[in-house]
Design a protein around this ligand. Structure first.
Ligand SMILES: NCCC[C@H](NC(=O)CCC(=O)O)C(=O)O
Ligand SMILES: NC(=O)OP(=O)(O)O
Length: 316
């Protein structure tokens, strides 16, 4: 694997999930190719889970880690080729990516969508420029359109908790006070479409995800109908793709409550976190035995560890 920014970088989803399960059973048993290698983690946006689980993953592999909040502590990066740099940006991404590559064997980058420039966001303008100038493999720590480390952890979690071979998995939009990126739901859809689960996306009219990622999933604009007989309910807010960046905080009847969960087949509840309690999901659901959110967060370590192994040429 050269980089890890999308499911498209993965040869076999089944083999990757299998390796993640093996790593989880024996987290310190896979150091041979990774010991003393260096992971750099670059954050242009906040993070709790991705930051700590990626560090933990690297420690389990005997690696060293360097973390930088580039948005706060770095120079402001110029992105344009041929720019005359006589304004506020002090360093070009060309030098920055090449220099960081001198210190690291793998680089993780977190860079969220602008939600104002759809074309740049969906072209992954920043991440692709960074990859172009980096000299080592790059891992997405959530980019403008995708969050593959989260999706790998999510598939591992579903595999661990499914009671039937082909569970019904419902990705449901939920309300939120702020417009959020489509990265988590796009990525979840991309990965679940590659499984043989029965996959349904529930969202209000005007909030359909990009076809590129929603693919052949069944899209239902009535949440109650979608939740019927679900085995897993994956809640997430996202802002509109069509009316780019528009949100709908007033749609409070989309909150996942115990009443909504009663429509399901005693479904498990999933969310990538951080979650706004009693807006996205009620306390009652989040605090119930049905909730898998902490296990999803735990699985982020094994997801990152698996991807580091693949990038550093571990052979299954
Ligand atoms: N990495 C997990 C999700 C990150 C981000 N959520 C957020 O920004 C939540 C912020 C808030 O609740 O205000 C998102 O939806 O893509
Ligand atoms: N789920 C997730 O990526 O969390 P953080 O944004 O805290 O890293």
């Amino acid at each position: 694997m050269k980089n890890f920014i999308s499911l498209n970088n993965v040869d076999s989803l089944d083999a990757l999930v299998q390796l993640a399960a093996e790593v989880k059973k024996n987290p310190f048993g896979f150091k041979k190719h990774t010991e003393n290698k260096t992971l750099g983690l670059l954050f242009f946006n906040p993070s709790l889970r991705t930051r700590l689980s990626s560090q933990k993953a690297a420690f389990n592999l005997g690696m060293q880690v360097m973390v930088m909040n580039v948005d706060k502590d770095g120079w402001v990066l110029e992105m344009e080729d041929g720019a005359v740099m006589n304004q506020g940006k002090q360093e070009h991404i060309k030098e920055a990516a090449a220099v960081i590559s001198q210190y690291c064997d793998v680089i993780g980058v977190r860079t969220f969508a602008s939600l104002t420039n759809k074309e740049d966001d969906y072209a992954e303008a920043f991440l692709s420029k960074f990859i172009k100038h980096a000299l080592v493999p790059v891992i997405s720590l959530e980019s403008a359109t995708l969050h593959p480390l989260q999706s790998l952890a999510d598939v591992l979690t579903i595999e661990e908790h499914k009671k039937i071979a082909k569970p019904k998995v419902v990705l449901s939009w939920a309300p939120h006070p702020k417009p959020l990126p489509q990265a988590v739901p796009n990525s979840f859809a991309q990965w679940i479409n590659a499984t043989d689960y029965d996959f349904v996306i529930a969202n209000p009219e005007g909030f359909d995800l990009s076809k590129e990622f929603a693919g052949s999933a069944k899209v239902i604009h009535n949440q109650d109908e979608a939740l019927k007989d679900a085995d897993f309910v994956y809640a997430k807010n996202w802002s509109s793709y069509q009316n780019y960046g528009k949100s709908a905080p007033e749609l409070t009847d989309w909150t996942i409550t115990s009443k909504k969960m009663k429509l399901t087949q005693q479904a498990k509840f999933m969310h990538c976190l951080p979650v706004r309690r009693n807006v996205v999901v009620s306390d009652e659901v989040l605090d119930s035995d049905a909730s898998l959110v902490i296990e999803q967060a735990n699985n982020r370590t094994f997801s990152a560890q698996t991807v580091l192994l693949k990038l550093l040429d571990y052979e299954n």
